[in-house]
Structure formats: C-alpha cells, structure tokens
Design a protein around this ligand. Structure first.
Ligand SMILES: [Mn+2]
Length: 288
C-alpha cells in the first residue's frame, strides 16, 4: 500500500512478511488534535530501535516472540493537519489487515487514532466490545467545540457500538458530566485501577473484543513520557497482571497502544515501558 512508509528496520521480533503473519503491527504516528503537550507522532519511530533493548522472551507468559511470525507493516503516512484523512488511512490499513484474516495491532500516536481502527473492526465484528485502559474518560461529546479529537474518542466509539459494549479501567480524570453519563449504563467505567478486569474478561470470553490501551493509565512516575500525565495511576506490575486476564479472551480481534510521547521523557524509560507492553500484547494476540 502506497500510504504506508517503508521502514529501515522493524519492531523486535516482527520481521515476518505480511502474508505469513497472524498479527500485524503498524504505526499511526499522528498527534494532530493534541490539546496539551505534543510528541506522540514520534512514538512508533522511537520504539523500533529501543525494542531491541528488551528480550524477545516474556517470563510473564513463558513465551517468546520467536515462536510466532509477526509482521511490522510500517508507519502509515499521516497527512499532517488533516485528521479526517489520517483516520481514513488508519481505517484502510486496518481493513486491509482484517480482510487478509489477520489481527491489527496499532501503535500510536494520540488516542484519536483508535477511532479509525475501531470503525474498520466493527464492520467485520458487529458484536464488538471494547476494553479501554486509560487515565481519562475520553467521553466528551465535543472538546473546544470539536467533535473528533483525543478527548472524545471513546464517545465516538460508543456512537458506533452503543450501550453496554465498552468497559473502562483506571479512569481518574474527566468532566463531571462524563462520569454521570457513563453511570447511566452507557459504558461501564471502573475508576482508578484494574479492579474488575478479570471478571469482565470472563464475561466477554467468547465475544469479539478490541483492546485499547492508553499508556497514561500507568502512573506518571512509571510513564512520564506522555502528553497529559495524570497522577494516581496503576503500577507496571498491576498492568502486567491485567494483561494476564486478557488470556481469558478467546477472540481479541484488534488492539492498540497509544500516547507514548518519547520526546517528553529523555531518560527513555517510557519508551522501554511501551516496548514491553507491545511485546506482551503481540504474544497475547498470537496465543489466541
Ligand atoms: Mn489518556
């Protein structure tokens, strides 16, 4: 596809061809609607080299990236300043991966990119459910009078999926109206941590599930390299424990990891955290 940039080298463990792979990783380096600190457009390109700093073996899962064929499809060429076209490119790429019978795993970019991918996944799986890990509700109808941006993205997904399909965890920031709106049963909002994720994964066992992970669900002391850091987040250990519940899900049909802004953490630790999460998600999606 001409709208996908050729990359010099791939994410660690993701050197297989498109046709050989069950899971296809791709970058969506877009941060055009960011309201505070930009930089997530540099996420995928920072993660590729740093992913080689980690082992391909996961002690948590007792599994290794080398046991699977995974493709790094490259980064989508993002038309800067045009979010509609950016979302269309993401939609098209996700669609291409799905229609080849493969699972998309997108690396952002800001959280808005999720909307492009979810729109495509929903066309293949009408009974789609979403598990959403984040510090922020992202349920605004508009933000600064704009309907499509990183603060409205989960509401936009809700508009596609409808009531009772979205399960949020780790939430500790949002407007009062968003929390009240969620409480009416439109979405299931779990505050502060991942408590209840195990039972939700059991509940959704045989449903098609899309997992969207905004890495700012982690405490900023662990993950400072992000646009809108929010104190009071979960630990890395809690996130890894959360990942183990994903193994209950029999039908993970797509996923994303978003909101790494590597320029905001010169220590490189946030990038390492994101790479480790990516490794775990690649393994979990290949196991399924
Ligand atoms: Mn967030």
């Amino acid at each position: 596809m001409s709208n996908v940039k050729k990359i010099k080298y791939h994410f660690s463990g993701c050197g297989a061809s498109f046709s050989d792979s069950d899971v296809v990783v791709f970058g969506a380096p877009f941060d055009g609607t960011v309201s505070f600190r930009p930089g997530t457009r540099f996420g995928p390109s920072a993660m590729r080299p740093d992913s080689y700093g980690l082992e391909t073996y996961s002690p948590y899962l007792d599994d290794d990236l080398s046991n699977y064929k995974t493709c790094d499809f490259g980064d989508i060429v993002m038309p800067y300043g045009d979010k509609d076209l950016a979302l269309l490119r993401i939609y098209e790429t996700t669609k291409k991966i799905l229609s080849a019978g493969k699972k998309p795993l997108m690396v952002g970019g800001e959280h808005l990119v999720t909307y492009g991918s979810v729109r495509a996944v929903f066309e293949s799986y009408e009974d789609l459910h979403i598990i959403h890990l984040d510090a922020h509700t992202d349920l605004r109808k508009t933000y600064y009078d704009v309907e499509l941006n990183h603060a409205t993205v989960i509401k936009k997904c809700y508009d596609i999926l409808g009531d009772g399909r979205i399960f949020q965890f780790g939430i500790r920031s949002g407007a009062k109206e968003e929390f009240h709106w969620a409480k009416k049963g439109h979405v299931t909002l779990h505050k502060y941590d991942l408590e209840g994720l195990d039972s939700v994964c059991k509940l959704l066992k045989d449903k098609p599930v899309y997992i969207t992970i905004d890495l700012d669900v982690l405490d900023p002391s662990i993950f400072p390299g992000t646009g809108t850091p929010e104190p009071g987040g979960i630990t890395f250990k809690e996130l890894i424990e959360g990942f183990s519940y994903f193994l209950e899900l029999e039908n993970i049909v797509g996923a994303d990891l978003v909101e790494l802004a590597p320029n905001l953490d010169p220590s490189g630790v946030s990038t390492a955290v994101a790479c480790k999460c990516l490794r775990e998600m690649i393994l979990i999606m290949n196991k399924k």
